[in-house]
Design a protein around this ligand. Structure first.
Ligand SMILES: *Cc1c(COP(=O)(O)O)cnc(C)c1O
Length: 451
């Protein structure tokens, strides 16, 4: 390299690019620094071989127009990983109904106002009613910021007056929920002590029974949603636990994690909220943005007196959800066919046909349609593969797909870039096809990038 034939020598210089009329005009609105950064990023892409030198100006203009149009730094991503609840990509994508509801709620709304009577009304009553209707065994319902907030509120509100309270939990269920946050530390941050029972692989009803006492605030069962313990294992079912706590009148709380409201035949190992209540849990905690497919939220359902204790606790005010969440959650609950459930239950033959059409539309990319398992993700149903297909491309496609507009995130495995359409809306296939043709035309992807 380094000869005059090196295309990197042809990358336009910064001052030449900044002299462009469109970029000069944009600098007035965005500031020179932002425009310079866009120019530098486009030059870098060309240096890495992801862009031909003559496309640098257009790439800089494209990112600058995106900046001009956008009021958020969050960028739309096409999730072509096959991982449905992708934590790094914002977990659940909202339904169209939920997105419309967000927009409607963004102005003045009657979130806490009775239009009929002209006076204050219960905040978010429509959402709470929709949640109650979606989980018929629940006597009462409450929504807070996320499941972690629900756990903190539970541990705080149920603590026993005077002295230290204990929450009894199995050693096999002391999970880390991600990004370094651990359930035991979260609960203990409330001043409650965890009383661990059993071992990592085996816990019996007698282990719980032996430690219940005056200081016990609750027995907590946690669904270890992001890992599997297999082999010589034993855990205590909700039904058995309900028996254990009944004698002592101690609340049984079950954190099911995912937000699955009813059983799903595809997800046989995932607990659901309705069954947990029917089996005797007094309080069930779940996420709104995992398998429920809605906005981030902590769902709390169960016995009326306990839910009421949580709702009246001062901390509840600090953890309450805003009108946007309430609106999106209600819309999600009232239409059970979410994007999450569509992606989970996608017909493999339909995925195959779409993937083959994509491959056929861009022969220059030289992609091959291969079997590929999707995953539930987001710390749900570990070990469960969702049979499907992927377009296998040279690995060098991954970076330009990610850096373009829209940003397309794929899975890189064993030197290949795997593009899985499970979580891609069919209307987005054409955009992907276009990007693939653009990348194939630069030929960088087929000849191999430099890094
Ligand atoms: C994901 C998860 C949480 C945390 O939920 P957030 O809504 O992200 O706070 C808590 N418990 C379990 C079992 C989970 O799977």
């Amino acid at each position: 390299m380094g000869s005059d034939a090196d295309p990197r020598r042809q990358i336009p210089r910064t001052d030449a690019l900044l002299a462009d009329d469109m970029l000069t005009a944009a600098a007035v609105t965005l500031g020179t620094a932002a425009v310079k950064a866009a120019v530098a990023a486009a030059q870098d892409r060309a240096r890495r071989g992801e862009l031909p030198p003559n496309a640098v100006l257009a790439a800089a203009q494209a990112s600058v127009s995106q900046l001009l149009a956008a009021s958020t730094s969050l960028r739309r991503v096409v999730n072509a990983t096959g991982v449905v609840v992708h934590t790094n990509l914002g977990r659940a994508p909202l339904t169209d109904a939920a997105r419309e509801a967000l927009l409607a709620a963004s102005g003045y709304v009657d979130v806490e106002f009775d239009i009929e009577q002209g006076r204050r009304a219960r905040r978010g009553r429509g959402t709470l009613a929709a949640l109650a209707a979606a989980v018929p065994p629940a006597e009462a319902v409450l929504v807070v910021n996320n499941a972690a907030a629900a756990l903190v509120l539970m541990a705080t509100a149920l603590s026993r007056p005077g002295g230290i309270s204990e929450i009894v939990v199995s050693r096999g269920e002391l999970i880390e929920i991600g990004d370094g946050f651990r359930l035991p530390e979260l609960l203990e941050s409330t001043g409650t002590r965890l009383r661990e029972v059993g071992t990592t692989n085996r816990t019996a009803a007698a282990d719980y029974r032996a430690v219940l006492g005056e200081r016990t605030a609750a027995v907590l069962k946690v669904h270890p949603s992001n890992y599997l313990v297999s082999g010589f294992t034993r855990s205590v079912s909700v039904r058995e636990l309900a028996e254990v706590v009944r004698e002592k009148q101690i609340p049984l709380v079950y954190d099911v994690g995912s937000g699955l409201l009813r059983p799903d035949p595809l997800l046989t190992d995932e607990p659901d909220v309705a069954t947990a209540l029917a089996d005797g849990a007094d309080l069930v905690i779940a996420s709104g943005d995992k398998l429920l497919g809605g906005p981030q939220a902590g769902i709390i359902v169960g016995r009326k007196d306990i839910v009421e204790r949580l709702r009246r606790h001062p901390l509840a005010r600090a953890l309450r959800v805003d009108k946007l969440t309430l609106a999106a959650l209600e819309a999600t609950l009232s239409r059970p066919e979410t994007r999450v459930s569509a992606a989970l239950h996608a017909d493999p033959e339909f995925l195959r046909a779409r993937t083959e059409a994509l491959a056929a539309g861009v022969p220059a990319a030289g992609g091959e349609v291969v079997p590929h398992d999707g995953a539930v993700g987001g710390g749900g149903a570990p070990g469960l593969g969702l049979p499907g297909w992927a377009l296998a491309l040279p690995e060098a496609y991954a970076a330009p797909l990610r850096h373009g507009h829209p940003c397309i995130v794929t899975r890189v495995r064993a030197g290949r870039c795997l593009l899985d359409l499970r979580c891609v809306q069919p209307a987005e296939d054409a955009e992907i096809s276009l990007r693939l043709s653009e990348i194939a035309a630069t030929e960088i992807a087929t000849t191999g990038a430099e890094h």
